[in-house]
Write a protein of this length. Structure first.
Length: 77
C-alpha cells in the first residue's frame, strides 16, 4: 500500500478531518470507535484501519501532524 499523507490544521480531530472530506477515510459504521480506509485497494485487501504504532486511532483522537500514522489490516486487530 502506498502512503497517504494528510495536511491538517492544528487541533483537528480525526472525525473533523473525515467530515471535511480531505481524507480517504471513514468512521466504521459497525464499530464507530475506529477509522477505516475507503481506498479501493484497502477494501480489496480485506479492509484497513488507521493506526498509530499499531493501535487503532479513534475518531475523537486529535490529529498529531508530527506523528506517522499507518493503515493496518483489520484482521490484525
Amino acid at each position: 500500500m502506498g502512503n497517504h499523507l494528510y495536511q491538517t490544521a492544528r487541533d483537528w480531530t480525526w472525525a473533523r478531518l473525515i467530515e471535511d472530506g480531505k481524507a480517504l477515510l471513514a468512521i466504521d459504521p459497525d464499530q464507530p470507535t475506529r477509522i477505516l480506509s475507503t481506498d479501493k485497494k484497502a477494501q480489496k485487501a480485506g479492509g484497513l484501519c488507521l493506526a498509530l504504532k499499531g493501535v487503532p486511532v479513534k475518531p475523537t483522537d486529535d490529529v498529531d501532524v508530527d506523528k506517522e500514522y499507518q493503515l493496518i489490516p483489520l484482521d490484525s486487530i
